[in-house]
Design a protein around this ligand. Structure first.
Ligand code: RUB
Length: 308
C-alpha cells in the first residue's frame, strides 16, 4: 500500500489503535524507500519527507505515530548517499516494527503478574497492549472475568469482546455509562494508551477518565499498559496533546436530532496521573511520575531548550 493509501486508511480508522498506526506508518515509509530505485539522494530525501508529513497529518492524538516515524528517520540526513539513506530507513523501520511487537508480548508477561486468580477485569476500547495483559493472565492459568465497555461511538468494545472470546475468555459487554455502577464488582481496570505526557497524564479513548475516576472512588487499581513509544517527548516542551474531534455522523444521524443541534465528537480524553496506579511498559512497571525518565532514558530525548 502506498503512503497515501495508508494515511487514508488511518484517517478513516480502517487502520486504528495507537501501536498499529505507528507500525503501518513505518511499514509505508519502508516501502516508499524500497520502491525508489534512483541514485538521487535529494529526490529520495524529498519523497521521504513528504511521506512523513502525510502520515503525521493522518491522526493527531497518538504520539506513537510521531515516535514511530521519528525512529524510522533516526540517524538519517539529506547529505547521505541514496543507497545508504534507503538502507538506513529500511533497517530502522524493521527494528521499530519488531521491537513494538516484542513490547506487547513483554507487557503481557509483566502485566499478568498484576492480575490474580479469580479477578474481575474491566477494559475500555480496544487496546492490544491491555489485551495482552488480560490474555496472558488467562494463559497463565488464572480464572478471569472480563468486562468490556462498548466504547461509543465506534464500538471498539465489540472488537475487544471478539479478541477475548478468541483467546477463550468469555466477555461481559456493558454500555459505557454502566462503568461506575459496575465498578463495585471489578477488581482491576486495565486500559491502553495513545499518549502519556511527561507529567504522567494519560491520553486514551474518550471515557477513559470517567472510568479512572470511578475506579479511584471505588479503590479499584487502575493500570495502563503502554509501550515506551506511547510516551510523548513533545509534552516535555510544553506542547499540549491535540484531542481529535471527529465528524458528528459517527455519533448520530442529523435527522434524529432537532435542527441546529451541535453534536460534539471528541474521541480521546485526559486522565490525570493521580488516578493511575501503575503503567506497565516493556521496561518494567513504573508510576506515572516516571514518565519524564522514560522519555529521556528509553526514547533518548534529552531536554534541550533553544533559548534564542
Ligand atoms: C484506540 C485506543 C486504544 C489505544 C491503545 O483508539 O484508544 O486504547 O490506541 O491501543 P482508536 P494499542 O480506535 O480511535 O484508534 O494498545 O492497541 O496501541
Amino acid at each position: 500500500m502506498s503512503i497515501d493509501d495508508i494515511a487514508a486508511s488511518i484517517r478513516s480508522m480502517e487502520i486504528r489503535g495507537a501501536a498499529e498506526i505507528a507500525r503501518r506508518a513505518a511499514e509505508a515509509l519502508r516501502e516508499e524507500a524500497e520502491a525508489y530505485r534512483g541514485a538521487d539522494a535529494h529526490e529520495l530525501w524529498t519523497r521521504m519527507q513528504k511521506g512523513k508529513a502525510t502520515l503525521l497529518a493522518s491522526r493527531p492524538t497518538a504520539v506513537s505515530l510521531w515516535n514511530g516515524v521519528q525512529s524510522v528517520f533516526k540517524g538519517t540526513s539529506p547529505e547521505m548517499e541514496a543507497e545508504v539513506l534507503r538502507r538506513t530507513i529500511v533497517s530502522n523501520a524493521d527494528t521499530f516494527i519488531r521491537r513494538s511487537k516484542e513490547a506487547v508480548d513483554i507487557i503481557g508477561r509483566i502485566g499478568s503478574k498484576r492480575i490474580r486468580d479469580g479477578d474481575r477485569v474491566l477494559t475500555h476500547c480496544n487496546s492490544k497492549a491491555a489485551l495482552s495483559v488480560i490474555i496472558q493472565a488467562h494463559k497463565d492459568g488464572k480464572r478471569i472475568e472480563a468486562f468490556v465497555t462498548e466504547s461509543r461511538p465506534w464500538r471498539q468494545g465489540l472488537l475487544t469482546a471478539r479478541d477475548l472470546a478468541e483467546a477463550g475468555i468469555r466477555p461481559n459487554l456493558i454500555v459505557d455509562s454502566a462503568a461506575r455502577w459496575l465498578m463495585k464488582d471489578v477488581d482491576v481496570v486495565v486500559v491502553g494508551a495513545d499518549t502519556i505526557c511527561s507529567n504522567g497524564a494519560l491520553i486514551n479513548k474518550i471515557g477513559t477518565s470517567q472510568i479512572a475516576l470511578a475506579a479511584h472512588e471505588a479503590r479499584v487499581p487502575f493500570l495502563v499498559a503502554a509501550e515506551t513509544f506511547k510516551f510523548s517527548p513533545k509534552t516535555m516542551y510544553g506542547e499540549l496533546v491535540e484531542i481529535e474531534e471527529r465528524g458528528s455522523s459517527e455519533v448520530v444521524r442529523l435527522d434524529e436530532v432537532p435542527e441546529g443541534t451541535r453534536v460534539l465528537n471528541p474521541v480521546f480524553d485526559a486522565t490525570p496521573p493521580e488516578y493511575i496506579d501503575a503503567i506497565i511498559t516493556e521496561v518494567g512497571v513504573v508510576p506515572p511520575s516516571a514518565a519524564y525518565e522514560i522519555i529521556v532514558k528509553e526514547l533518548g530525548h534529552e531536554f534541550i531548550f533553544e533559548r534564542n
